[in-house]
Design a protein around this ligand. Sequence first.
Ligand SMILES: [Cu+2]
Length: 212
Amino acid sequence: MNTRPVLAQWLLVHGCVLVGWMATMAGLAQAASVQVDLTDAAGKPLADAVVFLESAEAKRLVKPQPGVEMAQEKRQFAPVMMVIPVGTEVLFPNRDTVRHHVYSFSPTKKFELKLYTGTPSKPVLFDQAGVVVLGCNIHDQMTGWILVVDTPYYASSSATGRVLLDNVPAGSYKLRAWHNRLPVGAPALEQALTVPATGVASASVRMAGLQP
Ligand SMILES: [Cu+2]
């Protein structure tokens, strides 16, 4: 019996899988860290700014985040600000004994949860990237922010104004920066960023025009 055709076939199938796997591993290795330092107009470190990296490839990799909640506690949104990827559903549980009436007039997502207590059964789907400003019809002092991003690469700045993103695939990105003290309706700032195959890509962002 001639085993050669069988062997050839085996190599053809498994060899292709192996080559494909090696290419994938090589692709995964082509990633670096991104370090961004954010300051305000006066040059002081800016905490709680959000940095996110956009590209066509990043957009392709976006996945909704499961189990996301923005509660109402002590007549405030908790957390006051959060970042979610496009396609994420958010529940708005009311943990106070008073009723709230949560709404957004933002073009990114307009919605209204009429006077309620407890947890509304239906979450709100955020299917478009952008800034959503939340309010409550009953309590004027309640303001919340949801930043919806079209990328899996995002993080908030620490007290030192620094953002670190690990394992970002090499490529050209639009580095965007946003803070909830930017004027209402202002888009996130943007600048170009090239991420190398290894090492660290550094950038700095100075945010002018922040409200007190
Ligand atoms: Cu309220």
